[in-house]
Design a protein around this ligand. Structure first.
Ligand code: ADP
Length: 279
């Protein structure tokens, strides 16, 4: 695979099976891990500028099948970002109150305000994934949601939210290994859930649901990015690199804006002290 990650083209067809979950971008582990350190520091620096400029927010959505490494990705990629400027929201089975509203109600209220990085561990996509696989609502209901999701994300993007949606792509064999590892290592056993094995029986249904969600909801303003995720070091590197490459183009504008604000503040301070003011 030449590119680090696979960006799902808007309105394109997607063959998930043709994307190798073991892809490593021809990188070796040691250099990817070294570079990850620099990238995570850069994410922190960029977040500070994002906050200072206050013009944009960043929404990072992390999705993937059980054991695909959603928690680990968040931990490793955003571990240097200031808690002042970022937060993670994990979406669980909806509460009664949440179910009493439209499916985007609980999502919209936790989107990041300008200056912040908001990370979604699972997201509104569950409403076309688990909901579809388990027939939690009729197809006529969930099918309309792709359009609603695109409209919702368009609203966010038009309000200066930079959106990145990562699908952590693991193989079925890797999932089995990770589930078995949890049984073998007592330190990992707390993560065990019989439900994970039950969900695994729906693997094909999940892949079909993911394929359609990624096909229908990858847009220029909120792209779906497929990350080969069988190798954790590669997954972390690829996500961090994508975040940095997405934010870097804004850096000059943010710096210029902050430079102007800084000059203005200094001028105000000088005026207050009576320096440089004539008459
Ligand atoms: P984790 O994300 O670490 O697996 P949990 O074990 O608490 O955390 O799993 C959260 C569960 O909530 C998942 O099984 C997920 O499918 C479910 N869930 C999230 N959103 C929805 C939704 N909109 N409708 C139904 N189930 C959902």
């Amino acid at each position: 695979m030449a590119a680090l990650v696979y960006r799902v083209p808007p309105d394109g067809k997607l063959e998930l099976a043709t994307i190798d979950p073991k892809g490593n971008g021809k990188l070796d582990r040691a250099s990817a891990e070294t570079e990850l350190e620099a990238l995570t520091s850069e994410i922190d620096e960029l977040q500070e500028l994002l906050y200072g400029a206050g013009t944009h927010s960043l929404l990072v959505i992390v999705q993937g099948i059980d054991t695909s490494g959603k928690d680990g990705t968040v931990r490793k990629v955003f571990n240097k970002v200031s808690p002042l400027g970022s937060y993670v929201h994990s979406f669980k089975v909806p509460t009664e109150e949440e179910l009493g509203h439209d499916f985007l109600w609980r999502v919209h209220r936790v989107t990041p305000q300008r200056g912040m990085i908001g990370i979604f561990n699972r997201s509104h996509y569950e409403d076309v994934l688990v909901v579809r696989v388990h027939n939690l609502v009729p197809e006529t209901v969930w099918r309309k949601r792709y359009r609603m999701i695109n409209d919702f994300e368009h609203l966010l993007a038009a309000s200066n939210t930079i959106i990145l949606k990562f699908f952590l792509h693991i193989s079925k064999e890797e999932q089995a290994e990770r589930l078995l590892a949890r049984e073998k290592e007592t330190s990992k056993a707390w993560k065990l859930s019989a439900g994970d094995w039950r969900e695994r029986e729906h693997w094909e249904d999940y892949m079909a649901a993911y394929t359609e969600a990624l096909e229908r909801c990858s847009t220029a303003y909120a792209p779906w990015i497929i990350v080969p995720a069988d190798r954790k070091w590669y997954r972390n590197y690829a996500v961090a690199k994508t975040v940095v490459e997405t934010l870097r183009p804004y850096k000059d504008d943010w710096l210029a804006y902050l430079g102007k604000v800084g000059e203005q503040r200094l001028a105000e301070l000088r005026a207050y002290r009576g320096e440089g003011v004539t008459g």
